[in-house]
Design a protein around this ligand. Structure first.
Ligand code: OXD
Ligand code: MN
Length: 631
C-alpha cells in the first residue's frame, strides 16, 4: 500500500466514538506464508549475517509504522518537524554537505562482460566488486536497525509492474520509499506466491559502537552504487541521498529495469507522463524525456495558458513502455510519488507542485523559516528576511549564496497532486500518442522539431545533449550528451539500447506508434535572454504537436526535421516578437554540421556497435545540411 492510501485512510473509530492510536505491533517477521518466502528469509538472513545489525524490522507499510519511524527520526535529531499549522505531517532533513546528489562517478554496472556495460557506464568486474562490497558491508549496520522493505513498482500485481525488496539501515530511506513506491504486505503475498523480485541492499556505511551518538545524517566518504544486471541486484553503500538510497527509483526502475525491458521486450525510460485534454474533450497521452532538473516535474504538472486545454498528471520522472497487442505503446508510471527538485518550483512556475506540497512532505536541504515552514529559491519572488539555510546556519538575502541547496528536494505522494489523473495508478497504463525528447540548449536546437518517422525519432533521442544541472555531481552549465536522458540510467550498452528502441518500433503498428518530437524551451537570443516564455506557455507547443498528430496542420521540412508553419503556433495572449520567433526556429546548417560531427564522435565511442539505421540517419542529415548550404 502506498502511503498515499495511508494518508487518506481514516483512523478506526474507538468504541467510544473517539479516534485512538492503535498500539504499534509492526516490525516483526511477517505472517504471510507461501513457498516464495523461504528465499526471502534466506536472503535477509544472509544480509544480516554480513551487516550485523542490532535488530531487523520488517516494514509493513502501515500508517502507524510510518508515524513511528518519523517520530523516531525527530527524536534522534535526523528530521525537523515543520510547523503543522503551515505544513502538516511534514519534515525537513539536512544531509551531510558531502552527500547532496547522485554520485555518478561512484555508480557501477557490474555485468559479466565489460562490453555489456558500454562506454557510457563505469564497469566493475562482478567478482572483484563483490569482494570489495563484502568488505564494506561487513558489520556496516552494527548498532543500527536493518529494515526490510518489500515494494512494488506499479500497482501491486499489475501486468507491467515489478517488485523488489530493499534492505536498508536508514529510516529516512524507509519513509521515502514509502512515499515513492507501493510498500507493504500485499507485495509479500506476491513474493510468497512465487513472483520474481529484485534484491536491493543499502547501507549508509556508518556502524555505531555501543553508546556512540549517531550523526544527524550518517553516511560514509566512500561510496559505491553497484548494479548487477545479470542477477538483478543493487548494492549501495555510503550515501543516504535520493537516487543513491531510494533504490527503487533510478537503480531499479531505470538501470535494472532497462535490462529487464531489453530481455522481455519493453522500455524503462526517464520520462514524465501526462494526459492532455483538448477543448473538445479528446485525450492524448504524452511521455517526455528530459535530463535531470530540466523541467520534467513542471511539464508533468503543466497548467496550459491556452483556453480550454487541460493536463492531468500521470508521472513526473519514470515511465515503463510496453508494446500492446493493439500495436500501440502502453505506458505506466511505476512510481507512487514525486522526488522533485525544490528550487525553481513556485507559484509562477509550477503552482500545482506548490499545492501538492501542502503537507505530508519530506523536504531535504531546503531552508527553514523562523515560523517553522520551509523556503527555497524561486518559491516566492522575494526571499524572507531571515532564514536558516540548508546547512543549519543563519541566512539573510544579502549573503550572496543560496539558502536552499540547488539540488534540494521534496518527497511527496503523487495522490496529493491536485491534477493527478484519476487513473494514474491503473495497472494497464495508458496508450501513448506522443513522445518528446528535450534538453537544456541555449543554442541551435529549435523550440520544436518533428521526427519524420520512428527511426529518425530514435536518432533524435540518441542525440539529446543538455547543459549540466545540479542533480548530479559535476560542472553545472557544461554541455553533455545525454541520449534519451538516460546517460546515467541505462543499465547496459547504450548502443544496444538504441537498437532495442528500433526493435520496439518494429513491434508497433506504423499508424499507431507514438509520434516523436524534439523540444527545447531553453533557447537564448544573442543577448542571453530566453526566447520562449516556457512553463504554462509550453502548452502552445503541445497544442501544435497534437494538431500535427491529428493531421490538422502542416509542417515545414528542414534538414533536421519538420518545423511548424509560423502561423500554426497559437500565440494568442502572449507577446513573442517575430525576431525572437525567427531565432527560436533558426536552423543554421554550419552549426548543425558541428552537431553532426559531435554525433559522429559520440557514435564512434561505441566502436561500431551503433545500429546501421542510425548511422544512415547521420549520413542523411549531413546530406541535407550540405544541400541547405548550396540551395
Ligand atoms: C532525479 C534525477 O532525481 O533525475 O529524478 O536526478
Ligand atoms: Mn530524474
Amino acid at each position: 500500500m502506498a502511503l498515499a492510501d495511508i494518508f487518506t485512510r481514516p483512523a478506526a473509530p474507538a468504541a467510544s466514538g473517539r479516534t485512538v492510536a492503535v498500539a504499534p505491533t509492526f516490525g516483526g517477521r511477517p505472517t504471510v506464508e507461501g513457498e516464495g518466502m523461504a528465499a526471502l528469509y534466506t536472503w535477509v538472513e544472509e544480509i544480516a549475517a554480513l551487516t550485523q545489525p542490532a535488530r531487523i524490522h520488517w516494514v509493513d507499510g502501515s500508517r502507524a509504522e510510518n508515524d513511528a519511524l518519523l517520530r523516531e527520526q525527530v527524536d534522534e535529531g535526523k528530521l525537523i518537524k515543520l510547523n503543522p499549522e503551515w505544513r502538516p505531517g511534514s519534515y525537513l532533513a539536512r544531509s551531510h554537505p558531502s552527500d547532496v546528489a547522485r554520485t555518478e562517478g561512484r555508480t557501477f554496472i557490474a555485468s559479466e562482460r565489460e562490453e555489456d556495460a558500454g562506454p557510457t557506464n563505469n564497469w566493475a568486474d562482478p567478482a572483484e566488486i563483490r569482494g570489495t562490497l563484502r568488505g564494506l558491508f561487513e558489520g556496516s549496520m552494527r548498532g543500527r536497525t536493518m529494515y526490510v522493505v518489500p515494494f512494488s513498482m506499479g500497482a501491486v500485481g499489475g501486468p507491467l509492474s515489478h517488485i523488489g525488496v530493499q534492505v536498508t539501515d536508514s529510516a529516512y530511506a524507509v519513509t521515502s520509499i514509502g512515499i515513492m513506491t507501493h510498500v507493504g504486505t500485499a507485495v509479500l503475498a506476491q513474493i510468497a506466491a512465487g513472483a520474481d523480485w529484485v534484491k536491493t541492499v543499502h547501507s549508509v556505511g556508518a556502524p555505531l559502537a555501543p553508546g556512540e551518538a549517531d550523526a544527524a545524517w550518517p553516511c560514509n566518504d566512500e561510496k559505491y552504487i553497484v548494479h548487477f544486471p545479470d542477477t538483478l541486484e543493487v548494492w549501495s553503500f555510503g550515501s543516504g541521498y535520493g537516487g543513491n538510497a531510494i533504490l527503487a527509483k533510478k537503480c531499479f526502475a531505470l538501470r535494472i529495469a532497462s535490462v529487464i525491458g531489453r530481455n522481455e521486450g519493453w522500455l524503462a525510460e526517464h520520462m514524465l507522463l501526462i494526459r492532455v485534454i483538448d477543448p473538445a474533450g479528446r485525450a492524448y497521452h504524452v511521455a517526455a524525456a528530459f535530463p535531470s532538473a530540466c523541467g520534467k516535474t513542471n511539464l508533468a504538472m503543466l497548467r496550459p495558458t491556452i483556453p480550454g486545454w487541460r493536463v492531468e498528471t500521470l508521472g513526473d520522472d519514470i515511465s515503463w513502455l510496453r508494446p500492446g497487442e493493439d500495436g500501440r505503446l502502453w505506458a505506466i508510471n511505476p512510481e507512487a510519488g514525486f522526488f522533485g527538485v525544490a528550487p525553481g518550483t513556485g507559484e509562477s512556475t509550477n503552482v500545482t507542485a506548490v499545492e501538492t506540497l501542502w503537507g505530508n512532505t519530506i523536504f531535504t536541504n531546503v531552508a527553514l523559516r523562523p515560523d517553522g515552514d520551509v523556503w527555497w529559491e524561486g518559491l516566492t519572488d522575494e526571499a524572507p528576511p531571515h532564514l536558516t539555510d540548508w546547512e543549519g546556519n543563519p541566512w539573510t538575502p544579502d549573503m550572496g549564496r543560496p539558502a536552499a541547496h540547488p539540488n534540494s528536494r521534496f518527497t511527496v505522494s503523487a495522490a496529493q497532486c491536485p491534477q493527478i489523473a484519476p487513473d494514474w495508478n491503473a495497472p494497464q497504463g495508458v496508450p501513448l500518442d506522443v513522445i518528446l525528447f528535450g534538453g537544456r540548449r541555449a543554442t541551435n536546437v529549435p523550440l520544436v522539431v518533428e521526427a519524420t518517422d520512428w527511426t529518425h525519432g530514435v536518432f533524435m533521442g540518441s542525440n539529446i545533449s543538455s547543459e549540466r544541472t545540479a542533480a548530479a555531481e559535476g560542472l553545472v552549465g557544461e554541455l553533455r550528451r545525454d541520449p534519451f536522458a538516460m546517460l546515467p540510467f541505462c543499465g547496459y550498452n547504450m548502443a544496444d539500447y538504441f537498437g532495442h528502441w528500433l526493435k520496439i518500433g518494429q513491434q508497433l503498428r506504423f499508424d499507431r506508434a507514438p509520434r516523436i518530437f524534439q523540444v527545447n524551451w531553453f533557447r537564448k537570443g544573442a543577448d542571453g535572454r530566453f526566447l520562449w516564455p516556457g512553463f504554462g506557455d509550453n502548452s502552445r507547443v503541445i497544442d501544435w504537436i497534437i494538431r500535427r498528430v491529428d493531421g490538422e496542420v502542416g509542417a515545414v521540412d528542414s534538414p533536421i526535421g519538420r518545423l511548424p508553419e509560423a502561423s500554426d503556433l497559437d500565440l494568442d495572449g502572449i507577446d513573442v516578437p517575430q525576431a525572437d520567433l525567427d531565432e527560436l526556429f533558426a536552423v543554421d546548417p554550419i552549426s548543425w554540421e558541428r552537431e553532426a560531427d559531435l554525433t559522429e564522435e559520440f557514435y564512434a565511442t561505441f566502436g561500431g556497435r551503433v545500429p546501421a539505421p542510425l548511422q544512415s540517419e547521420l549520413s542523411a542529415l549531413r546530406y541535407r545540411l550540405k544541400q541547405a548550404q548550396t540551395a
